[in-house]
Design a protein around this ligand. Sequence first.
Ligand code: AMP
Length: 410
Amino acid sequence: MTEYRTIKDLGNLNGKVVMLRADLNVPMDENFNVTNTARIDRTVPTIQTLMNNGAKVVVISHFGRPEGKGDMKNSLSHIVKDLEKALGKKVTFVDDCIGEKVQNAVNNMGKDEVLLLENLRFYDEEKKGNEAFAKELVKPADLYVSDAFSTAHRAHASMVAAAQQIPSAMGLLMAEEVNALTTGLNNPVRPLIAIVGGSKVSTKLDLLNNLVKKVDKLVISGGMAHTFMKANGIDTINENNSLVQMDMLDTAKEIMATAKANNCEIILPQDVVVSKEFKPMAEHKTVDLTNIPAEGWSLLDVGEKTIAAINAKLDECKTLVWNGPLGVFEMKPFDNATNKVAQHAAELTQAGKLTSVAGGGDTVSALENAGVANKFTYISTAGGAFLEWMEGKELPGVAVMARDAVKAAI
Ligand code: AMP
């Protein structure tokens, strides 16, 4: 199993300038108020650990989708207050991330102070993974630490090249994410079950193809299950009442064949909740697969039989990996299946019977809506990076931290 460099590998931090690549890409309202500080809060333990060990910490991050330098809408200066509050320390902002200004600010840094540099993506070189930019970036630092797991699927300059210039390691958050995902998928206690939901099969092909080779049981739900049901000959499902992707029927059959060849049991809906309209509390009913109305109703959730079947499968398993809601969880009562299965997984987790790892896209909101976000073993803050990990892809920002990938001088 791959081992990674962590802060401990960096040796004595006393008096050292540590540059920390965080993910501070937080949501913000039109008045530049941060509306959810989770990403700031989750990198605080790394900053504190570095400071407690005597390091001078310089924080860098991307933010939004800036259109070049000077795009004040996407300036990281807007988050200074929140970072100060989360840390309980003074944060000094520098309106650039490379150059003399940064070097001067580092030279003048007080003992109990943190530096926050301007948005990395104000430079095109960041996204291009440019090595010369990475060299400029790390110039004022002795050591480099990365906590931006959620950007680890991008080989951007601050994610890969920068970590290769000076001794580098993962921060606590990235180490925690990698550890949780390894426990979930790479080295799980079996039986291992995955739940994949969401709207369309086409967006999750790589994910499904990888999972059927790795997991013992795979629950497919949400809109994407309809294509599989249609491929299985359920004629009552059609393009008018569901998100069925007619051009994906053969693909769905191939995925099911690969699953069979790999002894992976696929669990599909046995009953569905159909609704007259796509709106909260619309008229709805639960029907068996043979009774799905052909016109005028949409399939928005799975029914109680399916919920019971999924929960029974969870009882047989030791590890769960979850991505995507089972139905349209944003509208009541079509969050029912997602809530009930999430609550059952949370109970098993709390009873020490199940290791549960979830993440990607809407999954975190779906589990928050179910009231179980802090009752799973681990919920990833990452979207794309979590999905790519589930797809079995190597994440460049993680790979660069492998012990045997040291171009940096550790
Ligand atoms: P994804 O981004 O692919 O993970 O999809 C998440 C979205 O899938 C959520 O917004 C859900 O509302 C939606 N979804 C789940 N089940 C269904 C369904 N049966 N019909 C339509 N949308 C669904």
